[in-house]
Design a protein around this ligand. Sequence first.
Ligand code: CTP
Ligand code: MG
Length: 333
Amino acid sequence: RFQRRNRPCRYDIDQFMPSFMSIFESLVPSDEEISKQKQLLTALSRLINKEWPNAKLYLYGSCANSFGFSNSDIDLCLSIDDKEMSKVDIILKLADILHAGNLQNIQALTRARVPIVKLKDPNTGLSCDICVNNLLAVVNTKLLRDYSQIDKRLRQLAFIVKHWAKSRCVNETYRGTLSSYAYVIMCIHLLQLRGILPCLQEMDPTYYVTVDNNTCAYFDQVDKLNSYGAQNKDTVSKLLWTFFHYWAYQHDYTKDAISIRTGRIISKHMKDWTRRVGNDRHLICIEDPFETSHDLGRVVDKRSIWTLREEFERAANILQYDPNPSVTLFEPY
Ligand code: CTP
Ligand code: MG
């Protein structure tokens, strides 16, 4: 049903830059919102440290990786070294601490795949989820933020792709489509192939951490790389076209996996991702940069892969032919 094809980009793609940029601007959180997030982090840290002096609370996910929209929920991770308590016990005790601290709508979700406490802060109006000892997420948050500092086109492209995915309902992992985290990785990968971003994990490392026996190391002095992509003059409109073209018409779903760890396309065969194992079907393969056995596409099933590919094709065709792509692309599903 899906054909691979190479077609040249429409000649007038850049005329849509102002409209795509104004969509981007409209989604960026304000400075006021960012300072409210910091305020909440400080208040919660103070409350938690009274009970657990050695625990540390980290922001992760979209409010810390620079790919967050305005009004998004806040993801927090509590790092605590307590051999006596299980994760569930920690979650329950955390919920008690928060109750005493005058926070609202507190729910301890102890049976979720990743157990969390949900809450709402009446002072800032912000809602947040707190997980426990998920430090790999804190580290991959830093990797994404570091990539976004190198070339501003990454953040712009990823915002527009995430906005498209949310408008078209293909950003719902519980229904077999991809996480925001996966879409950002897809954008980084494309910019690596275009020579706009380097591969930080292939450079001499300046940052090292060991998390659950996993060594994470990469070059993180990104202020030294801020002219890295300058020789490539592609606009964000052009990159958007390239992104959807790649996923609609060029990616080889049977043989290829994308990997920002190597900055290359790698073979599914080498990863042993060619057949279904348990619930992991590997129908679209996106390697996690640190947990390399983890395929971010594993949530995709034999029905949702068609939904996704049809949406990639729709987007590619709109960017190629539609007179108003910056409107049509985001029409609600
Ligand atoms: N994460 C992860 N592995 C996944 C999915 C998510 O490690 N398979 C971590 C990442 O650190 C990511 C964070 O969880 O930054 C939040 O993931 P997600 O909700 O997909 O992304 P957000 O950036 O929070 O996007 P949104 O704006 O949609 O909330
Ligand atoms: Mg989130």
